[in-house]
Write a protein that binds this ligand. Structure first.
Ligand code: GLN
Length: 504
């Protein structure tokens, strides 16, 4: 039974279709694994054993009755806690939403349920998706299954760790500046940020609305594509949703073909500042793509130097506005100020926001309200929007000579808990390679590129494509994955050290 959890999602789907395994068996195997490992890993904030098993049972019954089911019917999944789930708590890793049970499902959750995918639970994250380590979760951090003393990335560290620890075959993440891709890189898993507007934002608790994008987390390119196809597509409830079919991501992952593809290495996104093992594995990955038939060109994106600065003005500005709704009246907890007999609405609001938000959220609200204040709006927010345009133009030029762009995903491997917590700027630097895609609305994927020589920890390679060219990510990603797994003699995760209590 324990081996079931190590199957790919594609294998699970095939075995379910052939009735070699039931969804109840698969779901129970993951719930057992979660029960055994969660004391160490803490990938979940909430586990819904009852709901997941009920969904699994329903799918098994439909299959037995000969119903025409979705290909992914019966494959279980974990969902990041920033996505609303009717009847299941949704806290965004914050005290502010402790105990909140949404009355509605996000569109992507509606799609998971319609496909018959049992939801195992909600995964841990940095508070309101602000961070790169899950250390900003109000409920304690998630640990990296590769080394329990290290971070699993963030903000979606819970989703990546759940997948890396075989607690779930698939998970949903959200990526505003890298929160799907950077956790994938440091846990040896795969994650895709789709084209902005490619997956509905309806029901995602907003961080920065012009940057947020939900997407799939998995262990292989094909599994990632299969989930991408379930959740993608037009949604009239999201005004920024793209009215076009989901790009052919599954077919691209199956073909895994890069022959003739032009791969652009972004000069500004590697080299200095990148850990030696990250850089070495990146260069080896590019060489493998060439062996597989791709051509390499170097591209220049000079404005990327300003991406991080622009992002840390635009994101806090949008976040400060989005988080204004947590005002003790409309959403979230209500805290009365101590020792005030008849508190005003403003005093209740202040006491609530003081108690409900953690330090990183407060820092960004202060930054954002400052950047948007009347005297400074043009100098900060306005200027950052101009930089955003320049970054999009750099991408346009790069895609004239390349079909996809590549870079390391994150500058380093997983760092130790506490090592960046007191230094927000060094925490922000984790996103240096992932942020440009969010600013331009483009799709990006991270895949395992190997283990760094110096510390034996996973490294990631990033692939970027033009808007609605998500299928190119999977064509290149699956080709690279095929070459790398042939070299490694299996999946990178097969080399992860056994976890304590793994055998229970
Ligand atoms: N680490 C980035 C930040 O803190 C990314 C966040 C995200 O993608 N949600 O803003």
């Amino acid at each position: 039974m324990r081996e079931l959890v190590r199957w790919s999602a594609a294998t699970m789907a095939d075995a379910l279709a052939r009735r070699e395994v039931s969804s109840v068996e698969l779901t129970q195997a993951h719930l057992d694994r979660i029960a055994a490992l969660e004391p160490q890993v803490h990938a979940f904030l909430h586990v819904d054993a009852e709901g997941a098993l009920a969904q699994a049972k329903a799918v098994d019954e439909q299959r037995a009755a000969g119903a025409d089911l979705h290909v992914m019917a019966g494959v279980p999944i974990a969902v990041k806690d920033v996505v609303t789930t009717a009847g299941l708590p949704t806290t965004c890793g914050s005290r502010m939403l402790e105990g909140w049970v949404p009355p509605y499902d996000a569109t992507l959750v509606t799609k998971l349920r319609a496909a018959g995918m049992p939801i195992l639970g909600k995964t841990n994250m940095d508070e309101f998706a602000m961070g790169s380590s899950t250390e900003h979760s109000a409920y304690g951090p998630t640990r990296n299954p590769w080394d329990l003393g290290r971070i699993p990335g963030g903000s979606g560290g819970g989703s990546a760790a759940a997948v890396a620890a075989f607690e779930a075959p698939l998970a949903i993440g959200t990526d505003t500046g890298g929160s799907i891709r950077q956790p994938a890189a440091v846990t040896g898993t795969v994650g895709t940020k789709p084209t902005y507007g490619g997956v509905s934002r309806y029901g995602l608790v907003a961080l920065a609305s012009s940057l947020d994008q939900a997407g799939p987390c998995a262990r292989t390119a094909l599994d990632t594509a299969l989930l991408h196809a379930v959740i993608g597509g037009y949604d009239p409830r999201d005004s920024t949703s793209i009215q076009a079919p989901v790009p052919p991501v599954v077919g691209a992952a199956q073909r895994a073909d890069v022959s003739g593809m032009r791969i652009g290495v972004v000069r500004q996104l590697s080299g200095e500042g990148y850990q030696a093992g990250v850089q070495a594995n990146f260069e080896a990955a590019v060489a493998l793509l060439v062996e597989a038939g791709a051509q390499v060109v170097e591209v220049d994106c000079p404005s990327f130097a300003y991406a991080l600065s622009a992002y840390y003005l635009i994101l806090p500005s949008e976040a400060s506005s989005n988080l204004a709704k947590f005002d003790a009246m409309r959403y979230g907890i209500r805290v009365l100020p101590e020792g005030v007999a008849d508190p005003s609405a403003e005093q209740v609001m202040a006491a609530t926001r003081e108690a409900g938000f953690g330090p990183e959220v407060k820092r960004r609200i202060i930054l954002g309200t400052y950047a948007l204040s009347s005297g400074y709006y043009d100098a900060y927010y306005g200027q950052a929007q101009k930089v955003r345009r320049l970054i999009a133009q750099d991408f346009d030029r790069a895609f004239e000579v390349a079909d996809v762009l590549v870079s390391p995903t994150a500058p380093t491997t997983a760092f130790e808990f506490g090592s960046k917590l007191d230094d927000p700027l060094s925490m922000y630097l984790n996103d240096v390679a992932t942020i440009p895609a969010n600013l331009a609305g483009l799709p990006g994927m991270s895949l395992p590129s190997g283990l760094a020589d110096e510390d034996g920890l996973p490294t990631g390679v990033q692939i970027l494509a033009p808007a609605m060219g998500d299928d190119r990510l999977y064509a290149a990603g699956a080709a690279l994955e095929r070459a790398l797994t042939a070299r490694w003699g299996g999946h990178l995760l097969d080399r992860a050290p056994a976890l304590p209590r793994e055998d229970q």
